[in-house]
Design a protein around this ligand. Sequence first.
Ligand code: AMP
Length: 302
Amino acid sequence: MSLLVVGSVAFDSVETPVDKIDKALGGSATFCSVASSYFSDDVKMSGGVGEDFGEQNIEMLKNHKIDISGLDIVEGEKTFSYGCVYRDDMNVRDTLFTDLNVFEKFDPIIPEDMRGIPYVLLGNIMPSLQLKVLDQMTNLKFSVCDTMNLWINITREDLLKVIKRVNLLVINDSEAKMLADEGNLIKAAKKVMAMGPEYLIIKKGEHGAFLFGEGQIFSAPAFPLETVFDPTGAGDSFAGGFTGHLINASEINFETMKKAVIYGSTLASFCVEKFSTKGIENLSKETIEGRFKEFINLSRVD
Ligand code: AMP
């Protein structure tokens, strides 16, 4: 199945209690695309980067058979840059800078041949750009959207318009509470779903994820890892793995989403084991299936 992924493509400067890295490949669309490429052989990425993006990054995406014909390399611009530092509790990160650069004036034009794609993953990016993408799609069957605290704070109205139009929203627990202005997670989930999406996934970092929809709740653990190297991109890897698996299911419903949540969590667990995209760059189907099975066994009761 074809999947269109949009979002940021970035240089990330990240400091964790373990180590730090400067200007490494990152961005929501990058992690989402690479993660979903293990499930779909037709992932198309749309977005923009600056002249400084670098051939080796293009090569990495191409190696995953990601179609980057919708990725604009904009002359005279610099690639989006993000900097963050993680606290000792790596569930908490502080943003140091968000330099929009190329995204400041970016107009996402989806190539003509990609507008009819039925499945879209709107990675985290300005909601106004997510809206422009939705406006151009002509045959949408299922759309997934990710976002973050920054956009909830500064572009709430646009974000609400996006949320209203997508089938599934994926956000983390503190963002769900912020969006709903509600401290109890379950009440917050109800309030967020009343804003539009049929399904909602709330990620809880090292505590797993909740899936809500069709009047039901599914709870999945996170993979218990002794060493977390860098959580950056875990949410996006989750969204990519989840969506990539889901669009190949016989039907898209709560039941098939449960398995997709575990595949998403599987990809997220590989992501945090290395800096940047390194943890999800060289996976095999066997490695993914092996961890998926370990995941299932974590909470199986016969
Ligand atoms: P995650 O850890 O899954 O929440 O995503 C981290 C990725 O999101 C990093 O690679 C960043 O480059 C990217 N990112 C951070 N802030 C933003 C933002 N405001 N808009 C779009 N992408 C962002």
